[in-house]
Design a protein around this ligand. Sequence first.
Ligand code: CP
Ligand code: NVA
Length: 311
Amino acid sequence: MNKNTILATIASGDLCSDLSITGAELRALLHLAGEVKRNSAEYATSLNGRYLGLLFEKPSLRTRLTFELAIKQLGGDAVASIGPIGDREPVKDIARNLDRWTSAIVARTFLQETIDELAEWSSVPVINALSDMYHPCQSFADLLTIEERFQSLAGLKLCFVGDGNNVAHSLLLNGARMGMKVSIACPTGYEPDAKVLAQAEAFACESGGAVSVTNDPAEGVRAAQVVYTDVWTSMGQESEAARRAAEFAPFQVNGGLMSAASREAIFLHCLPAKRDQEVTDAVIESPQSLVFDQAENRLHAQKALLLMLLA
Ligand code: CP
Ligand code: NVA
């Protein structure tokens, strides 16, 4: 491994949320992700003999498989436990079991508090693999994908169209700190968390970026180089699906909405997508759609994260 390419570690030692990493560390992570993507063979033994413990309370395709592949391609391995966290024994005991066996814990939980509690009691790094509040690993891959297309992030406008929850929060925080103009277009009642929005505004003030919220999707996407959406009903909210389908219907990303964005606009989605709900099949299959580049970049971004936390 070329150690010179690892520019920084993550000083907090965990990735509980996007607030666990500084702006400088995020820049270093994106740089390293690009380096690892171009020269993956150089990192094939970087994490020899290291094990990840994966704790997943909710389903996953991309996050679980890309963490398993990332650690294996870096020379390590992973073990997984799928199911409720904290039902059979306290979260603090789970943390103190896993830290005896593994080098890091990757957790997908319903509640952010579960991730914070794992980190409080674990002596090894804890990585948020999606909670109700944040999806930091997703936003790292998203920013990598955007930077690959436009060469830089500062000054670009990203409009997230949909529910102002976990994926939107991470994009707000990380986009704003990279100098992007992040707009959230959502139905009334689905605005981002006020504290997350205030933090993103503070990041935008420092970086020269901007943050805005609108209930008008056409206004949100105006001049946007990136149009992003996510499912209308997140995991755990299935009982609200019918009500949400009605409330979010005007926020579908379709050809009409894409044509209101910049002519060079790309379409992103964290996946899984519900076609012809939040996005039409035509848009997700169009040349503007980079959703599979995004999915690929989960692997490279998470390799960079693991190297910065563990190498
Ligand atoms: N985008 C994402 O996190 O996908 P999974 O739910 O399949 O992990
Ligand atoms: N908002 C979605 C993201 C899935 C990757 C959810 O929480 O289910």
